[in-house]
Design a protein around this ligand. Structure first.
Ligand SMILES: [Zn+2]
Length: 384
């Protein structure tokens, strides 16, 4: 007898997977520990795979990803032929209880909200102001030319040594950190702290994530995340406010305006669109939008999209959401979009600054040359 093949992609996995695997994270489709490797938050189930159809899994650490039969096989240990028989005959797990998933690396217990708040407070209280010879200032002044230390605002501080662990929880050492506090309107305490880990020489620490990208920046665990909180990067007070996603872009705006306008950074575009700021203090708001690569996004009500999907550039999209909200509040809003993909204002400022420095240097050289010729002419005159 020839067995008909099982069309794995036609299975209603949202209802079938729970009959085999018991685990809240896996079944929710959120990032969590990987059943195949030691990644602690690198794995997730994708209920609707783009392009391939059906459901599957993806892990940023061990790579490939496949359909959910391989996941059930890994977690339950059930031989594949038996599994395929059950799926074909719809005798899912033969009515037995699902297997509880046990990660290869035990996850550390999460701190309670109170413990998280206490850690945020202690970390901030044990930090120091920037000093000229600190690794944080070495880093920042190199990254953002023209910036001055006396312009720095109340929400950026220097921590001489915080523990760095990679995503598997492995201890990597203690490093100097640039701390960025995100405070929401009406709050005194930080919603969360952003850490940028540096070497004593003022370079980003060389650690990378599962995708090979720099993992020098880490957000501290907090009960609500950034929740619209912002970082006041400079000490200027003005009726004009500039908002940026990242702090480096923000510091570049401070340098460009020579600390004449208040600048806040929002961490990322999602948090930018939720900005929770005391808006009555400002009349004009500049929003610097990063130009990210185009992404697909599920269309919301009122948004036109083919098959319920629209293409957006996240930075510009989220800046637009905030701009619209502020305009209905009667504010003057100017969205400043980067023209080149992947190039933010910090990169542009660096170029502008270098060109300006070059122009000044060239002018100085021309001046010197003129002076030399003038003196030469004088000497000739004297000799004649
Ligand atoms: Zn993995």
């Amino acid at each position: 007898m020839t067995k008909e093949r099982v069309d794995v992609n036609s299975i209603d996995w949202k209802n079938v997977l729970p009959l085999y695997v018991q685990d809240d994270k896996i079944l929710s489709g959120k990032w969590g520990p990987c059943p195949f490797c030691t990644g602690s938050s690198t794995f997730r189930v994708v209920w609707e795979r783009r392009g391939k159809g059906g459901s599957g899994w993806y892990c940023a650490k061990c790579g490939t990803g496949a359909d959910l039969v391989s996941l059930i096989h890994e977690v339950t240990g059930k031989p594949l032929p038996e599994l395929y028989d059950e799926l074909r005959e719809k005798r899912y797990n033969q009515g037995r209880a699902p297997t509880t998933f046990i990660p290869k690396i035990p996850t550390r217990p999460e701190k309670s909200p109170e413990e998280q708040r206490a850690t945020l407070r202690n970390t901030w209280e044990s930090s120091l102001p920037f000093t000229e010879d600190s690794p944080v200032w070495k880093y920042l002044s190199h990254r953002v030319p023209g910036l001055r230390i006396e312009w720095l605002g109340p929400d950026v501080r220097y921590h001489p040594g915080l523990t760095y662990r990679n995503s598997d929880g492995k201890y990597k050492g203690r490093f100097p950190v640039m701390l960025q506090r995100l405070v929401a309107g009406g709050d005194k305490l930080a919603r969360t702290l952003q850490r940028l880990y540096l070497t004593p020489e003022g370079q980003k620490v060389p650690f990378v994530d599962e995708k090979g990208k720099s993992a020098a920046k880490k957000q501290m665990p907090s009960p609500d995340g950034p929740a619209g909180g912002s970082t006041r990067l400079n000490n200027a007070v003005s009726r004009t406010l500039a908002l940026t996603e990242g702090s480096e872009t923000g510091f570049a705006v401070v340098a460009k305006h020579e600390n004449k306008i208040e600048v806040r950074s929002m961490l990322d575009c999602g948090n930018l669109s939720r900005a929770d700021i005391d808006w009555c203090r400002y009349d004009t708001i500049f929003i610097y939008a990063d130009r990210d690569r185009e992404q697909e996004k599920r269309a919301l009500k009122g948004e036109d999209g083919e098959g319920g999907v629209i293409k957006i550039r996240p930075g510009e999209y989220h800046a637009g959401i905030l701009a619209e909200k502020l305009r209905t509040m009667g504010k003057r809003v100017i969205v400043i979009a980067s023209v080149q993909e992947g190039v933010d204002f910090c990169d542009i400022w660096k170029l502008q600054y270098e060109r300006r420095a070059q122009r000044l240097a060239e002018r100085a050289v021309r001046q010197q040359e003129k002076e030399r010729l003038r003196q030469q002419a004088q000497e000739f005159r004297r000799a004649a």
